[in-house]
Design a protein. Structure first.
Length: 315
């Protein structure tokens, strides 16, 4: 089934101002799942006459692999997926995240947390709460008794504690996904106060992605369904920081033979882009996963011609 991308009118993000992005982590080369996300976001941007940006999410330096950024770029180029502005790296944008954290501090919305994962698990167990496998633990609010009075900027920079966002009561977030339709999440019940900067000083994905999307003027976020559960947190952060909320479209995941999401952790095989023939074969597989079933399949077609046909077919 072809993904039907809505043409809903939004005065704050008109069609001629469409700005999308693809934001891989350099923990290895692109695999079939990441190519689906790249192709889907690229096609949506091109179909809407917009710009497509490439952002490298490399905040967690210990997980980044040397040479992965260059390899990802080369794979995208081989597949004809060109980006429209200068490549950005999250690791070079730390000052922006720090300023956002300081703003939340001024609003008295963050607090330091010294809880380890084991301490959180023990507290939840004592409350009779068991966290299912592969799901995040809901923070029980152990350290929330700490004062939410404004902390000094110096403490924010030097503290070895994690910093959590204090959620308001009844923090229920609803949004419309352009494919999955109406979505809602009760952040108090399903997430709890969440971390914005870890105790090792690394800013979390939740804060960094929200700040980056705002600074880059992203209007449409097209990404894998594995990130759907993060969206409510990001929308809440956008609201408290006064940012525009983009439109969201979550794509179906590529699963392995065990029903697990393809990832570098599960040793997913990198896509083969050694020449145009192999790159086009990888694109065709990604397109089929996205529901684009009637694209040119002749041997003489070029990647550029195929991408033009795929853009026209994207709805």
């Amino acid at each position: 089934m072809i993904l039907a991308v809505s043409t809903l009118k939004n005065p704050s993000s008109p069609a001629d101002g469409y700005r999308g992005r693809f934001a891989p982590s350099p923990t290895g080369p692109l695999h079939a799942g990441s190519l689906v996300a790249a192709l889907g976001s690229w096609l949506d941007a091109r179909k809407n006459g917009g710009k497509w940006l490439l952002r490298i999410e490399d905040l967690d330096a210990p997980r980044c692999i040397p040479g992965a950024v260059q390899q990802i770029q080369a794979q995208l180029v081989a597949c004809g997926l060109s980006w429209d502005e200068e490549l950005t790296h999250q690791s070079q944008r730390q000052d922006h995240y720090q300023r956002a954290l300081e703003r939340l501090n001024e609003l008295k919305l963050i607090y330091p947390c010294a809880c380890s994962r084991q301490a959180i698990a023990n507290t939840l167990a004592g409350l009779g709460i068991k966290t299912p496998r592969n799901q995040e633990m809901v923070y029980p609010g152990t350290c929330r008794s700490h004062s939410l009075e404004t902390n000094s900027p110096e403490l924010l920079k030097t503290s070895k504690a994690a910093w959590r966002l204090a959620l308001p009561q009844n923090c229920h977030i609803e949004f419309e996904d352009l494919v999955l339709s109406h979505q809602d999440q009760d952040l108090n019940i399903e997430v709890g106060d969440f971390v914005l900067r870890r105790n090792d000083g690394i800013f979390t994905y939740q804060l960094a992605v929200v700040v980056d999307d705002a600074l880059q003027g992203i209007t449409h976020i097209v990404r894998g369904a594995d990130l759907l559960g993060n969206t409510a947190r990001q929308i809440h952060l956008q609201k408290v920081l006064g940012y525009h909320t983009p439109q969201y479209l979550h794509l179906p995941l590529v699963l392995d033979e065990h029903g697990e999401k393809l990832s570098k952790q599960t040793l997913a095989t990198q896509i083969n882009t050694q020449d145009e023939k192999h790159a086009l074969a990888e694109l065709r597989k990604a397109a089929l996963h996205l529901g684009l079933n009637h694209l040119p399949d002749g041997e003489s077609i070029t990647i550029a011609e195929w991408l033009l046909a795929a853009t026209r077919a994207w709805r």
